[in-house]
Ligand binder design. Sequence first.
Ligand code: MF3
Ligand code: CO
Length: 256
Amino acid sequence: MSDTIYIKSGSEIEIMRQAAKIAAGARSMGRQAVRDGLTTRQIDRAVHEYIVKSGARPSCLGYEGFPAATCVSVNEQVIHGIPGRRVVRNGDIVSIDLCATYKGFIGDCAGTYPVGEVGAEAKKLIEVTRQAFFEALRFAKAGYRISDIGGAVQDYVEGNGFSVVRDFVGHGIGRGMHEAPEVPNYRAPRTRPNPRLVKGMTICIEPMVCAGDWHVNILDDGWTVVTADKSLAAHYENTILITDGEPEILTMADDI
Ligand code: MF3
Ligand code: CO
């Protein structure tokens, strides 16, 4: 990935808003498809159809060979689950993560949703993961640094007894799905680039949280990231714009 941070112009931001709005709508569709008895492929199809009907392209499909529009990750799967024949059942938690390309720019968002009634730990995990994003958002302002975001996520998550994934990070976004800078969910070691945030940056803040230990493995399918200790995991992501005031959540929707 190039180290160049692309600051978006006013007209580019306007297109980013539109791409992100489609991504947010697709996440809502996916969330509604997270129901007992549906397959992960059916969840993907709902997302995929929404993106296409909105005049956008599902950016994940074909990205480095990923075979679907949506990453659908169940229970101990953290991210990058491949949709397929697996049926989701009451008590499962399901993470969906998708990107939409519209007029050359990309919106990216994710969320973890319960199927029916889930256990107390799962409920808390989902809520802490989502709230970790909003804790970090307080530092998503011009003048703060990338490590302020990661530090806020880490402190909040660990304060609630959970852990943050180290091997995967948030990112800048724009014409590319993954632009500089990297946006870790922990305080970056001093050797890592730690740029200041400036107006016009568009980034994805995406806490990936484990109920147990943060170490992960990748399954033989080459994609699915699972917790090494098989503990539950959750994910929450929005594309945001840095302004000279409060950040703007570009993938905002009623039900995020
Ligand atoms: N949307 C994911 C992210 O947050 C990337 C998905 S990987 C893909 O970066 F291969 F599915 F595209
Ligand atoms: Co992302």
